[in-house]
Design a protein around this ligand. Structure first.
Ligand SMILES: Cc1cc2nc3c(=O)[nH]c(=O)nc-3n(C[C@H](O)[C@H](O)[C@H](O)COP(=O)(O)OP(=O)(O)OC[C@H]3O[C@@H](n4cnc5c(N)ncnc54)[C@H](O)[C@@H]3O)c2cc1C
Length: 397
């Protein structure tokens, strides 16, 4: 592991490094000491007038990479309900584990977790590690970080997958910092090299490039994955899953946050949960015409989504925006009306089961991702479609 090394023969206890450190990581006692706040930024090394400080990097790096094996998935739950992204992480984790010939583990912190263990046992997981305690009932940064650190130090997984949810986005960087390893946030594609390096792909520079990131010198490799980007795992009812209930040490439950209560917000239906989406883009001429799209969505029991320009124009709310800087959706049917198919939009809808595109321009890029396409004016096509649906409903067709 990388560390700040102090050459006590050279150190003259001048205190310049203590003054310079922005993290209060150096203390002058009988001698100069470095504490856990050190971020290895190197400012002290540059400040020292007698070259008594040096950062020793990567001692662990190549030494024990191979001792880290297996894929660990964080099973996020809220009030006993498993986050839907967990099944997606299990699906991807199983695929990566099989490719490497390694095991798939799940860590489940919570309170009264037996029903969740039974649920997780329906999936192809080798071992479920459960931490069951009232103090773990809801997410708190310190306690959950301590749980993950405890397990990782023990079982040494090569890869840790966490959902890019509100909880995951808080937890993953803390775990990565605690373990002094790398983290790639919001991955959209994951693969592995035969040597165990995780190939983490995510959009960068506003989606104009897909960056591939690896963490070749540290383990475990941490990645967060946006919900709905990866396919959920199939069930595997006969899979021989081992369940291990872990001992909870009192120090793991220490937290500066006092849990008082949870006040649930009224449940909003989100386009991420919709099975049918009718989406519209800049082909829409005026805000009032949204009624046409809403009418079709209603007839199909679906929801309306939009491209970013419509949100910017104030014609729709941000919660309806699909794409890189909006929501990722995975409906059974996605109808794209007057949408060109820009990469930033496609990033949020290309995993839909069936994509049906209507566009006046036969060369519009949306037709490259669409399963079915109609070249034409949606102002003419949607009313005809609605009429057909009405006729089907009344039985006149
Ligand atoms: C950093 C960054 C992040 C971004 N994030 C997002 C994002 O999250 N989501 C998003 O959507 N965009 C995002 N964008 C914007 C994106 O680049 C595109 O500008 C946007 O998706 C284009 O929207 P559009 O397809 O509605 O409009 P246009 O590209 O203008 O396409 C309109 C299409 O409608 C067709 N058309 C016009 N009239 C009709 C008609 N009557 N019938 C049928 N077809 C018709 C045209 O042929 C055309 O293909 C982002 C951009 C950047 C730089």
């Amino acid at each position: 592991m990388s560390r700040l090394a102090i050459d006590y023969d050279k150190c003259i206890l001048c205190g310049q490094c203590v003054e310079a450190c922005p993290f209060n990581a150096l203390e002058l006692k009988d001698r100069l000491e470095v504490n856990e706040n050190c971020r290895l930024c190197g400012i002290c090394v540059k400040t020292c007038p007698v070259d008594a400080l040096a950062i020793q990097r990567g001692a662990r790096a190549t030494a024990d990479l191979d001792s880290y094996q297996g894929i660990l998935v964080f099973a996020e739950q809220r009030g006993g309900i498993l986050a839907s992204v967990v099944k997606e992480l299990i699906g991807k984790g199983r695929e990566l584990a099989d490719k490497l010939g390694q095991k798939l583990y799940v860590v489940l912190p919570g309170k009264d977790v037996d029903p969740l263990i039974e649920l997780l046992k329906q999936y192809p997981v080798d071992t479920i590690y459960a931490y069951d305690h009232p103090e773990l009932s809801y997410y708190r940064a310190e306690t959950y970080t301590a749980v993950l650190e405890d397990l990782i130090q023990d079982i040494k997984p090569g890869i840790l997958l966490i959902g890019a949810t509100q909880v995951g986005r808080s937890l993953a960087p803390r775990v990565a910092t605690r373990l002094r390893t790398g983290l790639t946030a919001d991955c959209t594609i994951l693969d592995v090299k035969p040597n165990g390096d995780l190939i983490q792909t995510r959009p960068a520079f506003g989606g104009n490039v897909m960056a591939q990131i690896i963490t070749p010198k540290h383990r475990p490799q941490l990645a967060t994955v946006r919900p709905k980007v990866m396919a959920p795992s199939e069930t595997a009812l006969d899979y021989p899953t081992e369940v291990i209930k872990r001992k909870i040490k009192p120090e793991m439950l220490k937290s500066r946050t006092e849990f008082l209560s949870i006040e649930p917000k009224p449940q909003e239906t989100s386009i991420t949960e919709a099975e049918v989406i009718v989406a519209v883009g800049r082909g829409l001429k005026k805000a009032e015409d949204m009624a046409l799209v809403e009418d079709l969505a209603k007839k199909l029991n679906g929801m309306v989504a939009v491209t970013r320009p419509l949100v910017e124009a104030g014609w729709a709310s941000y919660t309806q925006q699909v794409g890189l800087s909006g929501r990722t959706v995975r409906p059974k049917l996605f109808i794209a009306c007057g949408i060109s198919g820009a990469i930033q939009h496609v990033a949020g809808m290309s995993s839909s089961e069936v994509i049906f595109a209507i566009n006046k321009d036969p060369d519009a890029p949306i037709f490259q991702v669409a399963h079915y396409g109609l070249v034409g004016d949606f102002y003419e096509i949607l009313p005809a479609l609605i009429e057909e649906l009405d006729a089907l409903k009344t039985g006149s067709k």
